[in-house]
Design a binder for this molecule. Structure first.
Ligand code: AMP
Length: 258
């Protein structure tokens, strides 16, 4: 393999993390009209990591390519990725089709081949469907090693081996794997930079390739799952202030909590 890194960063357009999602009237999905959308936060971390890898290994990184499969408006998050440091991007216009992770992973596999990418950095999960599937499925389809839930990534320039510290229950695990590799990002990997206005202006001049699902006609987009029902979590009853520890103990006894 030539000593060059071609990084692919898949980014998904999701309802902004700061917005409390509301269930639609039919109870089958989340209300999307009039709601702010942004880049999935874990994907923002993935873009940042790709840019930091370039900053650490200036000559090694040949290209950072962002890709989004989603509605036409997903171009906004691609522009943000370009403003933060991606060089090129592809919008795969899926109109309003909601794709499941397996279909996304199959499409991404083809994008990996087209971009000749040897490192894919995805978010560990999309905050809308909370699937936490796509990175693992992509690694399986590519038959590449995977380092999920990354909290630290180091790449050795001479061997092109990545050392990845992963967040696991109650601690950390450090693994190493040769490229090509799939990495998924965890929250503590980095603190993403903001896209500045001048960089957002410059991003308008960077290339955005446009494709549609028809360009991936060999990939089935038929859903395998059907959402039967969505429910809001039960509303919590109001709290009560007490004046002293004694009163607290009395209250707890009265509701048989102690
Ligand atoms: P998920 O398996 O749905 O939780 O998503 C995990 C990661 O896969 C996300 O953080 C993204 O990096 C990537 N991904 C999922 N869906 C898409 C999509 N429609 N377009 C681009 N990337 C996606």
């Amino acid at each position: 393999m030539s000593k060059a890194l071609r990084i692919l960063v898949p980014v998904k357009r999701v309802i902004d993390y700061a917005i409390k999602p509301r269930i639609n009237k039919a109870g089958t999905g989340v209300e999307k009209t009039g709601v702010k959308f942004s880049m999935n936060p874990f994907d923002d971390i993935a873009v940042e990591e790709a840019v930091r890898i370039r900053e650490a290994h200036k000559k090694l990184v040949e290209n950072i390519h962002a890709v989004s499969i989603g509605p036409t408006k997903a171009q906004d998050i691609l522009r943000t990725a370009l403003a933060k440091g991606a060089d090129t991007c592809t919008l795969i216009d899926a109109k309003e089709t909601e794709l499941e992770p397996l279909a996304v992973a199959k499409i991404l596999k083809q994008v990996v081949a087209k971009q000749n990418a040897n490192l894919v950095i995805l978010g560990k999960q999309s905050i809308d469907d909370d699937c936490n599937n796509t990175g693992q499925m992509l690694a399986g389809l590519l038959n590449w090693p995977q380092a999920t839930n990354a909290a630290k990534v180091e790449i050795d320039e001479s061997s092109l081996v990545a050392k990845v510290t992963r967040e696991i229950d109650g601690g950390e695990e450090t693994i190493s794997a040769p490229l090509p590799l799939v990495i998924t990002t965890d929250l503590r990997l980095n603190q993403p930079r903001y896209a500045t206005l001048p960089n957002l202006m410059k991003a308008k001049k960077k290339p955005m390739e446009k494709m549609t699902l028809a360009d991936f006609s060999d990939v089935s987009t038929e859903p395998r799952l059907q959402v039967l029902k969505l429910e809001e979590p039960p509303t919590r009853s109001a709290g009560e202030k007490v004046a002293s520890v004694d009163e607290l103990i009395e209250k707890l006894k009265s509701v048989k909590a102690i």
